[in-house]
Design a protein around this ligand. Structure first.
Ligand SMILES: C[S@@+](CC[C@H](N)C(=O)[O-])C[C@H]1O[C@@H](n2cnc3c(N)ncnc32)[C@H](O)[C@@H]1O
Length: 277
């Protein structure tokens, strides 16, 4: 990430969520009315106009991005609701960006902890208004992640109770070292019965493909740095204290959640769910 500036990709994600409000009802999987307040001013203005919002979301590259985001956000929302239905009350958003789940999901009695880069978190807090979330500023590449459990404890996290950690849209931007240290830190603050949900890029496609998206993220200073080989993920998690319980491609999510006309594409992205082993 560029020093001092809030994450460009977090603002982009907020814009994609704002545009999602203009999707046809059967393609809208997760509504986030607050998203508009966190993107760039011009983008927010464009997505606030219904005719322009509908025109933008009809453009194939934008529509693909909006739908991709809808799939992962909805699948993670479902995981959070299930965790809460089973009695889970602590949710850590790792690399929270402009995630509005703390207010959007209305999970009775749930406590949210938002961990993010100091620059992005400062931008979030400047606009978030009254949020029940506890904030912990952290640069995953610079600050030892082994200190994260103690920092969460100071904010009221209970390491004896189960925690759901949501790591949405983050793994691809981190070095392998930060990925490893992050998962070990998550395991260190997790009681039995805790869960970790995250999306990732398939490493082989990351190695092979040159795409417009990759060029853009490199240009804005947040290049894709890491992916996982799906067949190696279970073992990677196992050595860090997690058991992989589900690992689905976005194509599978699309088949489940979107109308048939939107099933194509979505192949190189995946969503994984793991529990403490
Ligand atoms: C694409 S955004 C996703 C934000 C949010 N999770 C969502 O899905 O809306 C990537 C997030 O990763 C965070 N991030 C990237 N590199 C980071 C680092 N080295 N330390 C802390 N956070 C980082 C950014 O600040 C940003 O919030």
């Amino acid at each position: 990430m560029r020093t001092g500036a809030a994450s460009w990709t977090a603002r982009w994600v907020a814009w994609m969520r704002a545009l999602a409000e203009h999707l046809p009802a059967d393609e809208r999987l997760a509504s986030d009315p607050a998203a508009q307040g966190f993107t760039w001013r011009g983008a927010a203005r464009a997505s606030a106009r219904p005719w322009l919002g509908r025109a933008l979301v009809a453009l194939p590259p934008l529509r693909f991005n909006v739908l991709s985001l809808q799939l992962r956000t909805r699948a993670i929302d479902d995981a959070a609701r299930l965790f809460a239905a089973r009695g889970g009350r602590q949710i850590v958003l790792l690399g929270a960006g402009f995630d509005a789940r703390a207010t959007r999901l209305e999970l009775d009695g749930a406590r949210f902890f938002e961990v993010d880069h100091p620059a992005t978190q400062a931008a979030k807090r400047a606009r978030a208004g009254a949020s029940p979330a506890r904030y912990v500023a952290w640069d995953f590449e610079e600050r030892p992640l082994s200190e994260l459990p103690a920092a969460l404890l100071r904010e009221g996290h209970d390491p004896a109770a189960p925690t759901l950690t949501i790591w949405e849209g983050v793994t691809m931007y981190l070095s392998r070292h930060a990925l490893d240290a992050s998962v070990r830190a998550v395991r260190a603050y997790c009681a039995p019965g805790s869960e970790l949900v995250f999306n990732y890029l398939d490493q082989r496609r990351l190695d092979r493909r040159v795409s417009g998206e990759r060029l853009v993220v490199r240009w804005v200073g947040e290049p894709f740095r890491s992916g996982f080989a799906p067949e190696e993920l279970a073992a990677w998690l196992q050595t860090r204290g997690f058991r992989l319980t589900s690992d689905r491609s976005y194509a599978e999510l699309a088949a489940e959640l979107l109308p048939r006309r939107r099933h194509r594409g979505h192949v190189d992205r995946r969503l994984a769910l793991a529990t403490t082993s």
